[in-house]
Design a protein around this ligand. Structure first.
Ligand code: EPU
Length: 337
């Protein structure tokens, strides 16, 4: 089913809860409705996908057409050789999929519990947490390309996944609509408990099981991250920067507590932006109605009634001070409109 509304209030459709309007909002409930929307010319001006609205900041009204995918199917494609392949459509709530896999004893997504957002956004962001990333599970991504009207299935290599990165943020930005994702899970245990307190929190719940890992991840997230249902936010506002190893080592000599992480490239290291923001004095502080979360400085929050402009002004002030102190520019993870 397709429903089209004009000059729509988007306040409820973005997790920051900022007020903005979209010139046109098209809700569609099946991928096979996209060709008819294309024939009617709805992709001719500016357009973008607005799914769960969990990784977006509206600093102004959006003058084009927003497509809101509402298809919510989960299908088990196969179960053989100890692995289970599942296809989920773009509008499925990510955590519903995680819960389903945990309830069935299928391993792979438990560390990604409680990440807000929909399945269609998982490959775009290559969502990740607690040592796991969506790319480890993704077998293929179904897309629609409005320019040509073609449906395609991309394999993971074609998706160019990286840390919070994929082809959908680059070559295919504004050109592809993710309609469904196929993921592969394991029927045999694959615990990944290397991150911080995860092992301890899991053991405190009675030992390593899918359910206990999921519960531990949920508890850790709840202790650090604000619930978008009550406090407007979009998760980490900034990405953790990666720098040349020599640069990281110099910083570490200057700031021995600075957390450093390896990256896929042995010559580069990832720095904890949350730590740098805290060190720059911003944790728990605010500018007007926009604040830096007091338990996780990577997260900017709407203290109530903030505009997108107020939030971006806070982000710029934080970026400025981190750069002044460490000489490193932290980039936003959130999509700024
Ligand atoms: N830290 C601080 N102060 C802070 C925040 C963090 O000192 O205010 C330190 C921590 O003590 C730790 C290090 O920085 O030593 C890393 O912190 P944390 O483990 O909380 O993770 P993060 O790197 O800040 C990333 C993801 C989160 C994900 C966590 C856990 C990004 C941009 N963010 O945060 O993802 O939940 O790791 O895996 O990579 C999200 O993307 O929205 C998100 C919440």
């Amino acid at each position: 089913m397709i429903s089209i509304s004009e000059h729509t209030d988007l306040t409820q459709l973005n997790s920051f809860g900022v007020t903005a309007r979209g010139t046109r909002l098209i809700r569609f409930s099946a991928a096979n409705e996209l060709p008819s929307l294309r024939e009617k010319g709805y992709f001719e001006g500016d357009w973008m996908i607005l799914s769960g609205g969990n990784n977006i900041l509206f600093t102004q009204d959006y003058a084009g057409t927003l497509f809101h995918p509402e298809e919510r199917h989960i299908e088990v494609l196969s179960r053989e050789g100890g692995s289970v392949r599942i296809k989920a459509s773009a509008g499925v709530e990510w955590d519903d999929l995680v819960e389903l896999t945990v309830a069935n004893g299928w391993w792979g997504a438990e560390n990604l519990s409680l990440i807000p957002g929909w399945v269609g956004a998982a490959p775009v962001q290559n969502i990740g947490a607690y040592g796991a990333e969506a790319k480890q599970l993704i077998e293929s991504v179904d897309i629609y390309l409005p320019e040509t009207g073609v449906f395609r299935t991309l394999d993971p290599r074609e998706c160019n996944f990286g840390y919070r990165e994929s082809i959908f943020k680059h070559e295919l930005k504004g050109r592809a609509i993710v309609t469904a994702v196929t993921l592969r899970f394991s029927e045999s245990p694959r615990p990944e408990l290397g991150y911080g307190d995860l092992l301890r929190e899991t053991e405190a719940r009675g030992g390593v099981s899918l359910r206990n890992i999921r519960d531990a991840v949920i508890a850790i997230r709840r202790s650090k991250l604000p619930d978008p249902k009550t406090t407007g936010n979009a998760g980490s506002f900034f990405k953790n920067p990666t720098v040349e190893r020599s640069r990281a080592e110099k910083l570490k000599a200057q700031y021995p507590d600075l957390p450093l992480y390896p990256t896929a490239d042995p010559n580069r290291q990832k720095l904890a932006a949350g730590w740098m923001i805290e060190r720059a004095g911003w944790k728990g502080r605010n500018l007007g109605r926009a604040g830096v979360h007091d338990r996780q400085a990577l997260v900017l929050i709407n203290l109530g009634g903030a505009s997108g402009q107020e939030i971006i002004e806070l982000a710029r002030a934080v970026q400025h001070d981190v750069e002044a102190l460490f000489g490193i520019r932290i980039e936003t993870e959130v999509n700024i409109i």
